[in-house]
Write a protein that binds this ligand. Sequence first.
Ligand SMILES: [Zn+2]
Length: 136
Amino acid sequence: MEAPIRREDAIRKAAELMRSGGVMLADVCTLCGSPLFRMPNNEVVCPIHGRVMLVKTEEEVAEASIIGVLTELEKSIANMLSNYLKKIRRGEAVYDDARDVVYWLDAIERIERIKKTLRREEVVEAERKKAEKESS
Ligand SMILES: [Zn+2]
């Protein structure tokens, strides 16, 4: 069992963080509800719990990286498709090549669809947070 957090301690620590250049954020610590501070080194700090990760930021980072991987994948597929284009132009394309092209185009279509879904979720989440903030 942890010792109860004293309010004065939190306030004193918050003042310390601000003196060190911390900027109070609209986000609060998920553990104790204290306002979080962004420090000059970009770390997000809770006056009670120290350095914390914003759940929203973590999710955003994960989503951003998924979108990044998907974009890279798309680029690689596009590069490969240009090889098929050369083959077609040389008149060397066979049935299997045509089938492969269809599969790769299908893959690109799916990637685009997933990216769109991820971006839409991001917007919905941002709007939800905004509404939450405005109602409190
Ligand atoms: Zn905390």
